[in-house]
Design a protein around this ligand. Structure first.
Ligand code: XMP
Length: 329
C-alpha cells in the first residue's frame, strides 16, 4: 500500500498546485467507484471549493437516483446537487440508433449541463468555476486514444468514452483527471485509504452513457428503459442473494430491439428478448464470461419472464473480450 499512499499524496499536491487559491471546481458524480474516489480526493485537496453534481439523465438503473443521493449524504458527507435532466437527454436521443452518435450526444449534453451548473454556481458564489473533475482511468485513455507508439491509429479507436472522447472543443472548463494513470483495482485501493465506504468501492463499474449503451438501438422506443431496469434489478439482486456479486467484475442486462414468439398462459406472445451478461476481469481491458450454475440461470430466467411484462425470452452472452467488448455498444 505504500505505493498508493505516495500516489495519493502526489495527486493532492498536484491538485493544490493546479487549482489557484480562489478557483472553484465542479465534479460530476455518477455514484460509481471512479467519480466517487476522484471527488473524495479532490475534496481532500481543496475542501469546499469543490461542488459536486449528480445528473439524472433518464439512463440510470432502477431507483439509482434515490439510492445514490442517499448514500452520498449519509456516508460521504459530500454536498451534492441533483439535476433532473431526463427530458433534455431523452429528447436528444429520440430516433438515434448509431452507438457512436448516441455516445457523442450524451457527452455533449453532460457538458451543457455542467456549463449551466457552473453558471448557477457563479450567481451563488460570485465566481466562475474553472475546472471539471472526471474519473477517467488509464484503460479509458488507452482504448479511446491509443498512446503514440502503441501501433494503433485513431481509426482503430474502439469506442469514444463519454469522459474521454466526445468533449466539445469549445468547452470552457479545464479538466482535472486524478485517476488517469490508474487501473480500477488501484482506484479501489486509493478509495480504501480515503475511507470511501465499501458500498461504493465494491460496486460494479457502470458506463458514463448509462443504459443508453444497453438498450440497443433507439433508447426512447416504447418502454425499453423501464423493461431493462426491471430485468437488470432482478438479475443483480439474484447475484447478490447468491453471494456472487463480489466474484464478478460486472453484470448487467441488455435490451434487444427484436421480438420473438413465445407462449405464456396458453397465449401466443410476441415480446422482447433480453440478454444477460456477466464477466470476470482485472482491469476491463480483457474479460471472461462468467459461468453461472445451471440452476441459478434457470431461476433468473423464470423470474424475469414471470414478472417483467413484455419479455418472453432470456439469453446469455457467452463471449469473452476479445472478441466482444464488455458493453454491447
Ligand atoms: P468495454 O465495453 O469497452 O468496457 O469492453 C470496458 C469497461 O469500461 C466501461 N465503459 C465505460 N465507462 N464511460 C465510462 O465511464 C464510458 O463511456 C464507458 N464505456 C464502457 C464498461 O462498462 C466496462 O467496465
Amino acid at each position: 500500500n505504500w505505493k498508493m499512499e505516495n500516489i495519493l499524496d502526489e495527486e493532492i499536491k498536484v491538485i493544490k498546485e493546479t487549482v489557484g487559491p480562489d478557483e472553484h471546481v465542479i465534479c460530476a458524480l455518477s455514484g460509481g467507484v471512479d467519480s466517487t474516489v476522484a471527488a473524495t480526493l479532490v475534496h481532500k485537496a481543496i475542501g469546499e471549493r469543490l461542488h459536486c453534481v449528480f445528473v439524472d439523465n433518464g439512463l440510470l438503473r432502477y431507483k439509482e437516483r434515490e439510492r445514490v443521493m442517499e448514500t452520498f449524504e449519509r456516508d460521504l458527507h459530500l454536498p451534492v446537487t441533483c439535476v433532473d435532466a431526463v427530458d433534455q437527454f431523452l429528447s436528444k436521443l429520440k430516433g438515434v440508433t448509431d452507438p457512436e452518435v448516441k455516445r457523442k450526444i450524451i457527452g455533449k449534453e453532460f457538458i451543457s449541463i455542467f456549463d449551466s451548473f457552473g453558471h448557477e454556481l457563479e450567481l451563488k458564489i460570485g465566481k466562475k468555476p474553472s475546472y471539471l473533475v472526471q474519473g477517467t482511468l488509464y484503460p479509458d485513455v488507452i482504448e479511446s486514444c491509443p498512446p503514440p507508439g502503441s501501433g494503433r491509429t485513431h481509426s482503430h479507436t474502439i469506442k469514444s468514452h463519454h469522459n474521454v472522447g466526445g468533449l466539445p472543443k469549445d468547452m470552457k472548463l479545464k479538466l482535472i483527471e486524478p485517476l488517469k494513470l490508474l487501473f480500477k483495482d488501484e482506484v479501489r485501493q486509493l478509495g480504501r485509504i480515503l475511507n470511501v465506504p465499501d458500498a461504493f468501492l465494491k460496486r460494479h463499474p457502470f458506463p458514463g452513457p448509462g443504459l443508453a449503451v444497453r438498450v440497443l438501438g433507439d433508447v426512447t422506443e416504447g418502454n425499453a428503459l423501464e423493461v431493462l431496469r426491471q430485468v437488470d434489478e432482478i438479475f443483480i439482486q439474484s447475484i447478490k442473494d447468491a453471494g456472487l456479486y463480489d466474484s464478478i467484475w460486472q453484470a448487467f442486462a441488455v435490451f434487444l430491439p427484436i421480438k420473438s414468439v413465445g407462449v405464456q398462459g396458453d397465449q401466443r406472445t410476441h415480446s422482447h428478448v433480453v440478454a444477460l451478461r456477466a464477466v470476470t476481469s482485472q482491469d476491463g481491458m480483457t474479460a471472461d464470461w462468467y459461468n453461472f450454475e445451471h440452476q441459478f440461470l434457470d431461476n433468473v430466467a423464470r423470474k424475469i419472464c414471470n414478472s417483467v411484462r413484455g419479455v418472453n425470452r432470456v439469453v446469455q452472452d457467452i463471449t469473452s473480450k476479445p472478441p466482444s467488448t464488455i458493453e454491447w455498444e
